[in-house]
Design a protein around this ligand. Structure first.
Ligand code: FNR
Length: 372
């Protein structure tokens, strides 16, 4: 069997192949209410029709103030969860697994969407007060940041509760995988990184303090997520700021062990986003794969029961590349972002090219188009 089309079982959940649709914001909630629209339904279900084994939603805000833009998807109320039910059902009908990325944008919240400028939105422009570990705003170049508050201990507990409640709603809405978003300079990453976390209480300071919020959020999600279903965590493996005290791949290996201990099943290994300078030199093919590979090699579940799975993302665009990542044991899942915007049928095309059409179900309606 082709490695890319071999199923991956995590707990009692079987993902039919190793292609995951990377979470990608669509900025498409018409009424700024966080409620999914026909756009989200069509976008997510077409990638399931296209054969991806796991379809992950965009960053879905656990609180209104945790949205990157006012048009982001949310899951902080029941109406938002109900609107996603038809989508999860359709994804499951295609034999694919629906996942939801639970997110809080922290100090990077309250901006206009990319095609409206991606500018910070002040309160009088429909924006809101944002929160972070230390009260320092994101350093916008030519614009004033929205008011930025340092989270209090009570505020931190509120955030943990929001993630837990959001996970419960997501489960009711039919999702089978919950992914905690702890990457890209958003709230949890802001606590992880010494670049942005200048607290001196239990949630700052040393490694244990800075990782506490991510561990507690993951544990809270695990608490309500059923034992037979997996929890993922997306991290930025590195801040890409080697000349400063910053988050490193070695930190990520250590965090992975801790997350395995609180019940995470897969680490989705991304990078960067903590500051405007936090960008890789190279964004070519497989640009983040070495981090996933190292984490997979070096992290071990301290319980000794099972190694934690690892997903690679970044610059994966061809079937051969995705297959080789899994076949060579470099990662357990090939997480494909922009290529899925270009080609919703990436997995079906991959099956065709890898001569593996008998290893993917694919919708019978489309089989003739793919030479199955
Ligand atoms: C993204 N990315 C992203 N990441 C994430 O964790 N949550 C999100 O909601 C989004 N939103 C988003 C929107 C759009 C339009 C793009 C292009 C990207 C990052 C994405 O998931 C992925 O990690 C990167 O795009 C790198 O992978 P590719 O595109 O090289 O396969």
């Amino acid at each position: 069997m082709t490695a890319l089309f071999s199923p991956l079982s995590l707990r009692e959940t079987t993902i039919p192949n190793r292609v995951m649709v990377s979470p990608m914001c669509q900025y498409s909630c018409d009424s700024r209410d966080g409620v999914a629209t026909d756009w989200h339904h069509t976008h997510l279900t077409s990638r399931a029709v296209g054969g991806a084994g796991l379809v992950m939603t965009e960053a879905t805000a656990v609180e209104g103030r945790g949205r990157i833009s006012p048009e982001d998807l949310g899951i902080w109320n029941d109406a938002q969860a109900t609107a996603l039910e038809r989508t999860t059902e359709f994804i499951r009908d295609q034999g694919s697994v629906p996942g939801i990325q639970l997110a809080h944008a922290g100090r990077k919240a309250s901006t206009s969407r990319p095609w409206d400028g991606h500018d910070p939105l002040g309160i009088d422009e429909g924006g809101w007060e944002v929160v972070g570990p230390s009260g320092e705003p994101w350093p916008y170049e030519d614009a004033e940041a929205p008011p930025t508050q340092r989270l209090t201990q009570d505020g931190i507990e509120g955030v943990i509760d929001s993630f837990r409640d959001a996970a419960e709603r997501a489960l009711d809405a039919g999702f089978e995988v919950a992914e905690v978003h702890a990457a890209h300079g958003y709230l949890l990453h802001e606590f992880l990184s010494p670049v942005t976390n200048h607290r001196e209480d239990d949630y700052g300071g040393d490694f244990e303090g800075r990782t506490r919020l991510t561990r507690e959020v993951t544990a809270a999600v695990r608490e309500v997520w059923p034992d037979d279903k997996p929890v993922f965590v997306r991290i930025s493996a590195t801040d890409w700021l080697p000349d400063r005290d910053s988050w490193t791949v070695a930190d990520s290996v250590r965090l992975t062990d801790q997350l395995a201990e609180v019940g995470a099943d897969l680490i989705d290994v991304s990078g960067g986003g903590i500051s405007p300078e936090s960008w890789p030199e190279d964004t070519g093919p497989n640009y983040q794969l070495p981090y996933a590979e190292r984490i997979r090699r070096e992290a071990s579940n301290p319980s000794g029961e099972a190694d934690i799975a690892v997903g690679a993302v970044g610059g994966i665009t061809t079937p051969e590349q995705a297959d080789a990542i899994v076949a060579n044991g470099r990662a357990d899942m090939a997480i494909v972002g922009r290529e899925h915007l270009r080609d919703p049928y990436f997995a079906m095309h991959a099956a065709e090219q890898l001569d593996a059409t008998d290893e993917i179900a694919g919708p019978p309606q489309y089989r003739r188009g793919f030479g199955f």
